[in-house]
Design a protein around this ligand. Structure first.
Ligand code: ATR
Length: 287
């Protein structure tokens, strides 16, 4: 029940109405017996006023979504070092005098990969895309010590730009940038492929960012950040060529759990995580 001691958390962004995060956080609060509510808050344009206003209103924590993941940074009191390198923040944790920014998208991806027993250290990784999501994923791969990272994008100049930034932050990591059409020329086998574009997202379910059987046969595991549909055309190709696959729903789940853990200084066990995963699957199917 909401009473005088209820703490408030929420999501700020534009738009926010399709978010699944309230289901994650309000279920966690109920199950863990914490007096907390989580609500979406549409921020039209003034992200600075939203952050300062939230602090003044004693808001415990916020998630940040499109289009503010970069723009929110100047309004933070502090920022986690990996989030600062990535240049994107999706979680604000209340500290003395303001908020500290984190990137739990990346913590969520790491935990989702851990669940699949996938380690990035020493591996050849192909990142498909060079937008905001691919940027965060590239920094995770570099920080985990991948042996080689290929960044492939429709616009190869953007892949090159991202390569430069990753190499500046992690000078020891080998990064190659190129066009999507060069996927078949990658010499390594046992590739981990991380699909970070919006290609294949519902309702465009018959689209894939890459084609060519040579590439698909070399993939041992593929992760698609998309979770609607359950299996994108890209993941279907990987599966049919013999690779293991996972969609992005566990990343969504674990980024939420990581935010909740930061706000409340608790740790959420796998039984609770799996309960929330089932709820999310139902919600996605009903959307
Ligand atoms: P996000 O924050 O979700 O990463 P973004 O920064 O707009 O969104 O990046 C979108 C990514 O999807 C980019 O890599 C984009 O490729 P371009 O840089 O060439 O635009 C990629 N993308 C979007 N539509 C695509 C399509 N039809 N084919 C291939 N790549 C596409």
């Amino acid at each position: 029940m909401i009473d005088g001691k209820t703490r408030l958390c929420g999501l700020i962004g534009r738009p926010v109405e399709h978010t699944l995060s309230p289901a994650i956080h309000n279920t966690l609060a109920a199950d863990l017996g914490q007096n907390l509510v989580y609500v979406p808050m549409l921020v039209g344009s003034d992200i600075g006023s939203a952050v300062n206003g939230a602090y003044a209103l004693n808001v415990l924590g916020l998630n940040v979504t499109v289009p503010y993941k970069n723009d929110v940074i100047p309004f933070l009191k502090d920022i986690d070092s990996l989030a600062a390198k990535i240049g994107a923040v999706n979680t604000l944790v209340r500290i003395d005098g303001g908020y500290k920014g984190y990137n739990t998208d990346i913590l969520g991806l790491k935990r989702a990969l851990d669940c699949e027993n996938i380690a990035l250290t020493g591996k050849t990784i192909v990142i498909i895309g060079a937008g905001g999501a691919a940027r965060a994923v590239s920094y995770l791969c570099a920080s985990e010590g991948a042996s080689r990272i290929y960044i492939l994008n429709r616009t190869s100049d953007k892949a090159l730009e991202l390569k430069k930034d990753v190499c500046a932050a992690f000078p020891d990591i080998h990064v190659t940038a190129g066009a999507l059409s060069t996927a078949g020329e990658i010499p390594e086998d046992d590739i981990i492929a991380l699909q970070c574009t919006s290609v294949g997202l519902f309702p465009h379910v018959n689209e894939s960012p890459v084609s060519g059987s040579i590439f698909f046969r070399k993939i041992c595991f593929a992760f698609d950040l998309i979770y609607r549909p359950d299996e994108t055309m890209f993941l279907g190709e990987v599966r049919r060529a013999g690779g293991r696959t996972s969609n992005g729903l566990k990343m969504l789940l674990y980024q939420g759990i990581a935010s909740y853990e930061l706000w409340n200084d608790v740790s959420v066990d796998e039984a609770e995580a799996s309960k929330i995963y089932t709820i999310l699957r139902e919600l996605v199917r009903g959307q």
